[in-house]
Design a protein around this ligand. Structure first.
Ligand SMILES: [Zn+2]
Length: 312
């Protein structure tokens, strides 16, 4: 498939064909995850929300207790969303695909498995059934302190058996709407088609957290894209920099990433999109139809990667 014009900006950072062993070509997607309803960000039953005391960095920020939005929680939602996106568009386009369910029945043939990696436990297939991930997540830290963001909410529990609202009044500690998490998703050795799939996934994922039937609405705003031979910023740096901002004017995120790029190991290889370029890339990704041609190309890439992997 021909690469769309807007994606030419990043062409030096795409691979033609995904490989099991990746090089350094890295694309970072900078996000603002905006909480739009009470969201329960916790790891275990009946526990408090996840918090973390973050340090100040040299000349930046202060010691503060923040809400931690764990990478594993972001990844679980987005991996599932990508699988559903692929399944629905395949049905829509009349393109036949294998069933692929987390976690016990991964097909290891689809772009979801190709990007997020996986192991096929039910190994009627060959034992060498695993794929290394090429998408990476890390903890995102809330902009504000946990004291400003947490709230205990009470709700009517729903009995699963009768589907009626029973007497079980539940109390959950949640983060309030209006909470922001600067966050970064990092791709390594990906095709332009995979970037389209990831952007569509990020823009269409809305339900997060442990109690998503009573809230958990989050909107992901893509506020920056940087490509290079390394990761330019980490999410903690991103949060501290965003907090230090007096106001968020146009090009602010781009300027911060550029500043970090100066300290990179391979600065001449880094390409940060300006706001106009970013909008073009986003618009192109949004408008890209997941039709038969696109799906065939994206699935064939993974089949080819598996073939090469198994021949070794
Ligand atoms: Zn799969």
């Amino acid at each position: 498939m021909k690469i769309p014009n807007a994606f030419e900006l990043l062409k030096n950072y795409f691979v033609e064909q995904p490989k099991a062993i990746t090089g350094l070509k890295t694309i970072q997607i900078y996000l603002y995850r905006e909480v739009l309803d009470y969201t329960v960000l916790r790891t275990e039953e009946d526990r408090e929300i996840n918090t973390i005391v973050t340090p100040a960095m040299i000349g930046l920020g202060e010691v503060k207790t923040r809400v931690a939005f764990l990478g594993s929680k972001q990844k679980a939602v987005e991996s599932r969303q990508l699988e559903r996106l692929l399944r629905t568009s395949a049905e829509d386009a009349g393109y036949k695909i294998e069933e692929c369910y987390l976690k016990d029945h991964l097909c290891l043939e689809c772009p979801r498995c190709g990007l997020f990696g996986g192991t096929n436990a039910s190994s009627s297939k060959k034992t060498k059934s695993n794929i290394k991930h090429r998408i990476a997540y890390s903890t995102a830290f809330s902009l504000d302190s946990v004291d400003d963001l947490r709230e205990a909410i009470t709700f009517n529990g729903i009995s699963d058996q009768s589907q009626t609202t029973g007497q079980t009044l539940g109390e959950r500690v949640a983060v309030k709407p209006g909470t922001f998490f600067p966050s970064i998703v990092t791709l390594t050795g990906v095709t332009w088609l995979e970037v389209v799939l990831v952007l569509k996934t990020l823009l269409s994922s809305h339900k997060y957290g442990a109690e998503s039937r009573i809230g958990g609405d989050i909107r992901n705003h893509v506020v920056g894209i940087a490509a290079g031979w390394e990761e330019v910023m980490t999410p903690l740096e991103f949060t501290l920099e965003m907090q230090a901002a007096d106001e968020m004017n146009e090009g602010y995120v781009e300027r911060i990433i550029q500043r970090y790029a100066e300290g990179a190991g391979n600065p001449e290889k880094i390409r940060v999109l300006n706001s106009e370029e970013l909008s073009q890339v986003l618009e192109t990704a949004r408008k890209q139809p997941l039709d038969r041609e696109f799906l065939t190309a994206a699935f064939d890439h993974i089949k080819q990667m598996r073939k090469e992997q198994e021949s070794k």
